[in-house]
Design a protein around this ligand. Structure first.
Ligand code: ZN
Ligand code: ZN
Length: 413
């Protein structure tokens, strides 16, 4: 019997990997234009880091982490998200000696969840963090950057939803109000929410159980409990977003599954997969750095789910670079093709030369099976007149063009 991959762990095959590369490349380009630099952290950390940052009573820490003892018996965890590691590295390497750090990362994360379409146990995120900036302009700028990223890669119907979770003071006031409300509807809450009601009542607002959704429909809004400073911050974020041409939707029920958020939290959803799905999420976390032993550092960050974005681009027919298969006939044409294709590749054309021999008819079939969008033939006649024959594999139309014009032609999807 052959061996298969671990459940929820996924291969990214040719056809998809080009889409992934495209997403990653556009992210690098846009993030770098906003002054972000890449950071690469290990995929495993001491378990303690995630317990202390994400929060003991969150779904992630309670039931979704890949945690195991190494050969020394030390508990280590495959990272379930990227921010904790970035903050750990920020403190460890004293990056705070620079006034503001704008960092981004790309890589796999691990959560033991029920696998389904677009959701895996090893999944990839592109994330960015602004460390050391308290200004609401930092929130708005990062969100505007994210929205232009989705626009650039053509993710359809991207919608920004925002909320504020307030600061420690005003959230404590809200927690009391919410607890009071929840105890009135306790009989309809699920076991999880009941158990967490004391320590973490906000969880009930994003619980997926139908009873909890119904029971919390009339729950008080956190936005009515914000203190003056938090309210002002939230108003300014909205104001600067509008100046960037973005109209956010306010969603006071959005609490996110992590404990470390303060003030702004957000989600970007897309209609690209039929139903409304989150493609990116994040928010402000002004206390996490100090809670993990660093200096007081206000921060804002987000992560993008690559699997979902890739699915949207794929189903939308989105990004695909056409493949050209090049067939040279005869020694002279074979020799000429080496220089010719070097030039095409320098121009970014995706071309595979077919080195097989045999009848042209069979080689054309082979090109088709390789997924060629165009097949280009250079025979002796063509060589003598400085042209190539291009066959459009979709329409079967054939044209002869000079070398440089041919390169333009096969660049078009
Ligand atoms: Zn506050
Ligand atoms: Zn519940």
């Amino acid at each position: 019997m052959s061996i298969t991959a671990i459940r929820g762990f996924n291969d990214i095959l040719p056809g998809d990997s080009e889409i992934w590369r495209h997403i990653e490349k556009e992210a690098h380009g846009i993030f770098s234009s906003y002054g972000f630099s890449e950071i690469k952290t290990p995929i495993a950390e001491k378990t303690e880091l995630f317990k202390r940052s994400i929060g003991e009573t969150t779904d992630i820490v309670e039931k979704e982490m890949y945690t195991f003892a190494d050969r020394h018996g030390d508990l280590i965890t495959l990272r379930p998200e990227g921010t904790a590691s970035v903050v750990r590295a920020y403190i460890e390497h004293k990056l705070y000696t620079t006034p503001v750090n704008k960092l981004y990362y790309f890589g796999p994360m691990f959560r033991y969840e029920r696998p389904q379409k677009g959701r895996y146990r090893q999944f990839y995120q592109i994330g960015a963090e602004v460390l050391g900036d308290a200004s609401p302009r930092a929130d708005a700028e990062a969100l505007a950057m994210l929205m232009s990223f989705f626009e650039r890669i053509e993710v359809k119907g991207a919608e920004l939803q925002i909320n504020s979770l307030g600061c420690l003071e005003c959230r404590a006031v809200y927690k009391e109000r919410l607890k009071e409300y929840l105890s009135g509807v306790a009989s309809r809450l699920c076991e999880n929410c009941l158990r967490r009601m004391e320590a973490n009542p906000l969880r009930a607002l994003d619980c997926k159980s139908p009873g909890c959704i119904e029971a919390t429909e009339r729950a008080p809004s956190i936005l009515d409990s914000l203190c003056g400073a938090c309210k002002d911050h939230f108003e300014k974020v909205k104001y600067y977003l509008r100046l960037s041409g973005i109209e956010p939707k306010i969603n006071p029920r959005m609490v996110r599954g992590l404990d470390y958020y303060t003030k702004t939290t957000f989600e970007i959803t897309s209609t690209g997969l039929g139903s409304q799905n989150a493609v990116a999420a994040g928010g402000r976390y002004d206390r996490l750095v100090s809670e993990l032993g660093g200096p007081e550092t206000p921060c804002f960050g987000f992560a993008i789910g690559i699997e979902r974005v890739a699915l949207i681009l794929k189903e939308g027919g989105g990004y695909k670079k056409p493949l050209t298969v090049f067939i040279a006939l005869g020694d002279k044409a074979e020799e000429r093709s080496i220089q010719l294709l070097k030039g095409w590749r320098e121009r970014g054309i995706r071309v595979v030369e077919d080195f097989s021999t045999g009848a042209l008819k069979n080689r054309m079939k082979r090109a088709d099976r390789m997924g060629a969008r165009y097949t280009v033939i250079l025979g002796e006649d063509e060589l003598n007149s400085g042209v190539v024959a291009i066959k459009d594999m979709k329409t079967s139309a054939q044209v002869k063009l000079p070398f440089d014009l041919a390169a333009d032609r096969v660049s078009i999807e």
